[in-house]
Design a protein around this ligand. Structure first.
Ligand SMILES: *Cc1c(COP(=O)(O)O)cnc(C)c1O
Length: 379
């Protein structure tokens, strides 16, 4: 089945009680039993909810996995994965990744005796170099947020299999339209559904998709035991978002390509970080594992003072200054003070995330209007 058909039909069954073509919002906390233990498979909505189950089936379908699990946020999905581990275990994570993931690892789970190594995953050898007997899991983001670095999922998967590790890929930036990590050998795909899957900046939600039954059972146990489940209304919104993912992503990619080239040719711009440029260090790998290059990018200005970056950030009219990404509307963001402020400054700068870096989430408006907006803002 081709992508667009899958995004519309994955997991979609008419409602068994009425035939409703759209999954109803089962806004209920509990389900009536005929006699103790005699029920229809639904007991209590933290454990089972028909709207969430429909979404989880759709999530599995669109990431070519067997099982989907939905969480109340992206970080709740990440939290559930790390709870598979024990004190003493070690995790290898990317040096350049979403600030909230870094915060969860370094400020919360480090206190529970789990050790995290942060390495540049553009070269799988850097990962191989820190694997030891205690290593249990590799946490990979590709493309990375916000520097758009690319990791080779196939190479990391080979390492993971060799050392019996769980490879998790945060596929939020690419979305399943551009990349399917399970097909490339990952064990778990994680999403902040808040971004491209929801697509309309109106919901916070997270997802995991995987193939292994035992791992799925452990994660389902964590999901119901720890309780970070999304409500049925939010599940409905993500289900609806997924149905237009391919149409939106196609436009995100077209606009992204135009804007990346516009910025690169602008005399006041120093450097554009977008993985669709042939001279991007990860281009060959991106071309191998992605279908296109998406609408996320970052750039720096020749005048690289923080004041100049702040001036541009405050001068756009169509690009709204806000955290988050992946919605239909364009956003502009200052990672150093917004999305990545939880990473210590020296760490950030060591990894190339400077104080003057500007990140764009290119929306699906008309590219010419977006370019005009950036032109007047950069000045
Ligand atoms: C936003 C984001 C997350 C966290 O997801 P929430 O839904 O905000 O909890 C994780 N990874 C990436 C790449 C993100 O952009």
């Amino acid at each position: 089945m081709k992508l667009g058909t899958k995004f519309i039909h994955a997991g979609a069954e008419p409602d068994p009680s009425t035939g409703a073509i759209m999954t109803p919002i089962y806004q209920t906390s509990t389900f009536v039993q005929a006699a103790p233990g005699d029920h229809k498979g639904f007991e209590y909505a933290r454990s089972q909810n028909p709207t969430r189950f429909a979404l989880e089936a759709a999530l599995a379908g669109i990431e070519n996995g067997k099982f989907g699990l939905a969480f109340s946020s992206g970080v709740a999905a990440t939290d559930a994965v790390i709870k598979l581990l024990q004190p003493g275990d070690e995790v290898i994570a990317g040096a350049d990744m979403y600030g909230g993931t870094y915060r969860l690892f370094s400020k919360v789970f480090a206190r529970f005796g789990i050790t995290f190594h942060y390495v540049d995953m553009q070269d799988a050898q850097n990962v191989a170099a820190v694997i030891n007997d205690k290593t249990k899991l590799i946490w990979c983001e590709t493309p990375t947020n916000p520097l758009m670095n690319i990791a080779d999922i196939g190479a990391l998967s080979a390492l993971a299999k060799q050392h019996n590790l769980i490879l998790v890929v945060d596929n939020t930036f690419a979305s399943p339209y551009l990349q399917n990590p399970l097909d490339l050998g990952a064990d778990i795909v994680m999403h902040s559904s808040t971004k491209y899957l929801g697509g309309h900046s109106d919901v916070i939600q997270g997802a995991l998709v995987l193939n292994d039954q035992k791992l799925r059972d452990e994660l389902y146990f964590i999901q119901k035991s720890c309780g970070a489940v999304p409500g049925p209304m939010d599940c409905f919104l993500v289900l609806r978002g997924i149905k237009t993912l391919h149409v939106r992503m196609q436009r995100h990619c077209e606009n992204g390509r135009e804007i990346a080239h516009f910025l690169r040719n602008h005399e006041a711009v120093e450097r554009v970080y977008w993985c669709g440029f042939e001279d991007h260090p990860g281009y060959a790998v991106a071309q191998k594992q992605m279908r296109d290059f998406g609408g996320m990018m970052s750039f720096t200005l020749k005048d690289d003072s923080v004041e100049n970056a702040r001036r541009v950030l405050s001068s756009t009219h169509l690009f709204s200054l806000a955290e988050s990404l992946g919605g239909v509307e364009s956003l502009i963001n200052h990672p150093a003070s917004m999305t990545h402020a939880s990473i210590p400054r020296e760490e950030r700068i060591k990894n190339g995330l400077t104080d003057s870096l500007i990140r764009l989430s290119v929306g699906i408006e008309d590219a010419s209007d977006l370019i005009e907006d950036l032109r007047q803002a950069i000045g």
